[in-house]
Design a protein around this ligand. Structure first.
Ligand code: PMP
Length: 456
């Protein structure tokens, strides 16, 4: 009995010591965060993390400690540092909110920061809105979604993406965002690692951080036309790696991966038994050849789709995930816990929206992107011509250019753009959305041109 008490006392002592060390570590992380801010460095530094990881692994072998546990603990510590350093990060969302505030005060703002189509949902949606009450879709339902809607989605997606999808492979969620959250949160455990290829929509990283999952970033470059290298991905994979996130057509670059490279990534994922979370919400706006990850029939893939962009239904908050039924069950467990189910009237309306011809939306966005690209070329911006999506990710070639500062000062001139830094280490980039009519976009590009010539 006294033995156990002694051991427990020792255990308490060690725990308190570890907590004291954690406090010291967090304080140092804060200080580093301040320095990074002052010298204009982003929070994530893969090379630095790699060197610390190597030190930890070699230390483990010296002291005879299980490397797998130690690296999971390291991932927890690294995430804590990211959290304390990430306050006040400016993204397209913060610029959007600031723009909205300025509009409240009567200022006119051209919105080229936000990814929200300005056109209306299909006409059939208006009819469905009127009819849903008498149709009686008004109750609680299954977390995975209404059977009739899931059946309709399975048929729609099988045809559209040339795959064989059943109702059991579908989960309906309030927007793509929630399916992304449930997939990351239910399939991965704290300390696991997830690969994100940047530039990337920031929510993948934020979801992971929220769930104690470590993000390993692969930074791609304008010079390499936003292609990740397969070697880079291979080098990042270790025993803790559980998922790779793909998003093509990509937000913000509009990139679509070459089929061969995509094939290689899936081979690598299979070999290492990684989940592939493929966010395909911009597939309706693919200009060049694009192949859904569904085409690989990989049992660990989760494909994410949404009505937000394809059907201009952002405010309806409805999307869906497509995966093996066991994965769907896991995601549904969390969805049931958080929401019970997606609003039934909205599911009915989205089901009707599937009947609409949305090819016009694609033409509209493509024409606008072409126009934006032409204007941007005339203005001397550097960008890779987008293969799809709704954006132009452009580099501004000016000494000391800072996208965040630029986005804030452009707001004063009545133009909202998204700073590149919201998508990774891309300080000298801005993202321009093709989500306004051509006249408004030209007006916006003219304001941009004026600001750029002032800065020279
Ligand atoms: N994925 C990407 C790549 C996005 O850009 C967005 C929204 N901008 C979403 C998901 C979220 O879409 P939803 O409105 O369906 O939640």
């Amino acid at each position: 009995m006294s033995d156990i008490n002694e051991l427990r006392n020792k255990m308490d002592e060690v725990t308190l010591k570890m907590i004291e060390l954690l406090k010291t570590r967090t304080e140092i992380a804060k200080e580093i965060g301040e320095v990074k801010k002052n010298i204009g460095k982003v929070v994530t530094d893969e090379a630095r993390e790699k060197s610390l990881r190597e030190k930890v692994i070699s230390f483990c072998s010296n002291i005879g400690m299980d490397e797998a546990i130690a690296t999971k603990f390291l991932n927890f510590l690294l995430n804590e540092s990211v959290k304390v350093q990430s306050s006040n990060k400016q993204t397209h969302l913060s610029i959007f909110l600031k723009a909205k505030e300025m509009e409240e005060q009567g200022k006119k703002i051209i919105h080229m920061e936000v990814g929200e189509p300005d056109f209306l949902p299909p006409k059939i949606v208006k009819d469905a809105l009127e009819k849903v009450f008498e149709k009686g879709f008004l109750k609680y339902g299954q977390a995975k979604g209404m059977p009739a809607f899931r059946e309709a989605l399975a048929k729609y997606a099988s045809k559209k993406f040339n795959a064989s999808i059943q109702q059991e492979n579908i989960i309906v969620s309030p927007g793509a965002r929630f399916s992304i959250f449930t997939a990351i949160t239910t399939l991965l455990n704290p300390g696991d690692e997830m690969i994100v290829i940047e530039p990337a929509w920031p929510a993948y990283k934020d979801c992971a951080l929220n769930s104690g999952i470590k993000v390993r970033t692969i930074s791609t470059t304008f010079e390499d036309k936003w292609d990740p290298s397969i070697e880079q991905i291979k080098d990042t994979i270790n025993s803790n790696t559980k998922m790779i996130v793909l998003n093509y057509p990509n937000n913000p670059t509009g990139k679509i991966l070459d089929e061969k490279l995509q094939d290689e990534i899936i081979v690598l994922a299979r070999k290492n038994s990684l989940y592939v979370l493929s966010d395909e919400i911009y597939s309706q706006y693919a200009k060049s050849n694009w192949k859904s990850i569904l085409g690989y029939n990989y049992e660990k893939s989760i494909v994410i789709q949404s009505f937000s962009k394809s059907h201009a239904m952002t405010g309806f908050r409805v999307g869906y995930g497509i995966a093996d039924s066991r994965i769907i069950e896991k995601m549904a467990g969390l969805e049931a816990l958080c929401l019970t189910s997606v609003s039934e009237p909205i599911q009915y309306i989205a089901m009707k929206a599937l009947e609409a011809d949305i090819s016009n939306n694609s033409n509209t966005v493509q024409n606008r992107l072409d126009m934006l690209a032409q204007k941007a070329t005339e203005m001397g911006l550097d960008f890779v011509i987008p293969d799809g999506a709704m954006y132009l990710f452009a580099r501004v070639n000016q000494e000391g250019f800072d996208g965040v500062q630029f986005a804030n000062s452009a707001l004063e001139k009545g133009l909202a753009v998204a700073p590149g830094e919201g998508f990774g280490d891309y300080k000298n980039f801005i993202r321009l959305s093709a989500c306004q009519n051509e006249k408004t976009l030209i007006e916006g590009m003219n304001i941009l041109g004026d600001i750029m010539s002032e800065g020279q």
